[in-house]
Design a protein around this ligand. Structure first.
Ligand SMILES: CC(C)(COP(=O)(O)OP(=O)(O)OC[C@H]1O[C@@H](n2cnc3c(N)ncnc32)[C@H](O)[C@@H]1OP(=O)(O)O)[C@@H](O)C(=O)NCCC(=O)NCCS
Length: 185
């Protein structure tokens, strides 16, 4: 399978934030942005894979600044990493106020997508041709995130299975919760 350059599948989606996207506070719903991110991740992944792709996991969704109705939101997506059947699409989201010309970077997130064949089985994706220093940096950062996620899962799973309520109940004293009367552990 021939490697494809990152530039082959780089995708930008721009959308105007219309009033029906607003929450009760008058700003854009986080879910609207997530849906747009999923859409651009699909377009980018499917173009690289040449196959139908599904979303498996999402990393790094932290909305750092609110997005206002009337702003133009652009989602810049590129393949950061490929495994055998999976690929990681990095998405940078920026919101532009067209009147003032201000541009804010609201978040950068990473969608892991898996390519599927006509029988819905994971299928191999082309390798990635790294043509720039940024391509190399993003590929290496994706490997790092994968390692950190594996280590987190291992620790969290162990902690879960080993956690005994009686041993840990004291931790709740510092938290903003109360135990209902008569609750037995
Ligand atoms: C994604 C899916 C095909 C994986 O199935 P599976 O039996 O675990 O298949 P595999 O073990 O062969 O994994 C396939 C790839 O997914 C990756 N993967 C699986 N679970 C993952 C996770 N939670 N996070 C990141 N990558 C994951 C594997 O590492 C593997 O990557 P590689 O081939 O590049 O090494 C399956 O879980 C699925 O179909 N999920 C539903 C996806 C979907 O419908 N999304 C839309 C939500 S509405």
């Amino acid at each position: 399978m021939n490697a494809k350059p990152v530039s082959h599948s780089q995708t930008t989606l721009t959308e105007l934030m219309i009033p029906s996207y607003a929450n009760f506070g008058g700003r854009v719903h986080g879910g609207i942005l997530l849906s747009l991110m999923d859409k651009v991740a699909y377009a980018c992944a499917a173009k690289h894979a040449g196959q139908y792709c599904v979303t498996v996991s999402v990393d790094g969704v932290n909305f750092r600044q609110p997005v206002e109705v009337g702003e133009l939101v652009s989602l810049l997506a590129s393949v950061n990493y490929v495994g055998r059947t999976s690929l990681v699409v990095g998405i940078k989201v920026i919101a532009e106020n067209v009147k003032s010309g201000t541009v804010k970077h609201t978040n950068t997130s990473y969608f892991t997508m898996v390519a599927k064949d006509e029988h819905e089985r994971p299928t191999e994706v082309p390798p990635l041709l790294l043509e720039t220093v940024d391509d190399i940096r993003r590929f290496l950062e994706a490997i790092k995130r994968k390692e950190l996620r594996a280590s987190y899962s291992e620790h969290f799973d162990n902690a879960k299975t080993r956690m005994l309520l009686n041993e840990n109940i004291g931790k709740l004293e510092k938290e903003r919760c109360e135990l209902a009367d008569g609750l037995e552990l």
